[in-house]
Design a protein around this ligand. Sequence first.
Ligand code: ADP
Ligand code: MG
Length: 698
Amino acid sequence: MRPELLYPLFQPIDSLKGVGPRIAPLVKKLMGPKVVDALWHLPTGIIDRRNRPKVTEAMPGTVATLVLTVDEHRPAPPGSRAPYRVAASDETGTLTLVFFRAKRDYLERLLPVGEQRVVSGRIEVYNDLPQMAHPDHVVPVSDLASIQTVEPVHPLTQGLTPKILGKVVGAALDFGLTVARTAPEWLDPTVVAREGWPSWGEALQAAHHPADHAALEPLSPARARLAYDELLASQLALILVRASLRERAGRSLTGDGGLRDTALAALPFALTGAQRRAVDEIAADMARPARMMRLLQGDVGSGKTVVAWLAMLVALEAGAQAALMAPTEILARQHLETIAPLAEAVGVRIALLTGRDKGKAREDLVAAVAAGDVRVLIGTHALFQADVAFHDLGLVVIDEQHRFGVDQRLGLSSKGRATDVLVMTATPIPRTLTLTHYGDMDISRLDEKPPGRQPVDTRVLPQDRLPQVIEAIQRAIATGNKVYWVCPLVEELETSDLAAAESRYEDLRGVLGGRVGLVHGRMTAAEKDAVMERFTREGVDVLVATTVIEVGVNVPAATVMVIEHAERFGLAQLHQLRGRIGRGTGQSTCLLLYQGPLGEVARERLKVIRDSEDGFFIAEEDLRLRGGGEVLGTRQSGLPAFRLADLATHTDLLAMARDDAKLIAHRDPRLEGARGQALRVLLYLFERDAAVRTLGSG
Ligand code: ADP
Ligand code: MG
């Protein structure tokens, strides 16, 4: 379990001094629920209060710290909205201190007439005279040293003042520094020396109290060290998890290739080189006695289904069963429809099981699965309900489960069956990120598309071209095409200019008549499925949607996609969305509407998506333009984001951490030596508890 030495950092964040019930929710929302979350909340800027000019030297717009004599209080006349003014001066001139909505007795105590005070804040000019509105600090001259410093500036949230947040983070830092005094060094001393890094405690201190702007840089020694700690924890965790999976008893699944040959002969096309490579990799992995944990990564339309089918046939040839799990019912049904003719060609019984199956039909199906008569079972997570027992399950294929984290993957494969696992994902992730997030898995990539696909014509248009877009839509549906229309929000907020799916749905219905449908995230699965069904078959030509359509629904007649506020989507997301069209034989068009003015990065991002359909290239560009955290968008991907490391700038550190982790796993796989014990502390510090648990006691 977590070492005692770390306990102070894993207290609830509202146990910190200064976090009362009023601000606790804000603090939690901004940083997280634990003390350690505040420790990772590093400053993004500094205010340098070392500048000590005389009044006449003080430059407007700069932050200055001045020693002034208080001359006179000038309260605002009663009933007036004017501010309260205090005149103060040094030997060179007078500076007016300005307070809006201030209490007179408070200010008289703060700034007694005739006395000297140190004030620090931003210098402004009003009517040609220097002034300072709401000084950040007012203290007696004896306290000058306490404020004439470099003050860290933290990312804020509404309702929290810099002063309060500074106190909270400062309290967390105190705990961090206390822990650092007794924590062992987990990094290799030669690496620390070579990189010129400080110790963990020194790094925390320096990162939280940057002396200058250079100290804010991600590659400054303190920040680099902290980022490296985090990267090392993540890489080591992945490698340990992977090693433990490999150690678990698996089984060797090999077949004579008979079913695969029949299946291949029945396909109306030949496999691409990438598909052949992937099938070979998977079959070789399944043949090994260890348990397979493999990721099949390929763009939308790269042909993952056939590869998965051939993998399932390997299990069948070996006499075992296979299961295919999809995230939604509609996707499960679509898999069934794709696979049914393939199964017929090889004479294999398959079946579908979803949460909707009830009663006698379900009982019969479950019995057939238990008897081994159903060889391939397709479904949702209903597949893993307690009463579903397989006769002999050899392989589980999980579709679109990029929302799974390492912990869940570990849980899945420890369900007690020595089952091989193949995860399919259509999220193209840059290589560096694949390593970071799927380092516990082996990877097969489909980086080649089946031949004969029509490129999608992608255009980027300003929002005010909407009327022409609607005309184009009318023409498209008149000739039997179907249209996706994607909006970023469900309901129009009064204060928001976001195009909202609901009001767009009403608009389009007004223009196009009844054949418009709406799906959004607040509908139940059954409601969504019903609309999707009508879009897939008949009744709906234009589907207005929030991003719920992202997951791989296949509607070959859909040839047009309109995306409003495209500038607000991630590139990977835009690419995923666009992948929904261009699936049939007709020419497809994607219209990206943006609300200007666009910044330089936004412009460049839309250009990338306009000019390329290569998911891996787009993902690399997205990483370059935005950084790793955003590419994966934690909320969307479910993958853990880094708190200290930034994958766009710390790429070299990631590679280093990976090598380091491999070496550690090789030398001390159970983390038993002195450094091993220290590394356990590191893993707990970054909440990689699951990885430590794989080590057993020690
Ligand atoms: P993914 O699941 O990766 O998005 P699919 O497996 O659904 O892609 O395949 C997309 C389409 O391409 C399907 O209609 C499939 O039959 C077809 N397809 C797959 N492999 C090939 C190939 N090698 N040659 C031609 N078409 C292919
Ligand atoms: Mg698919």
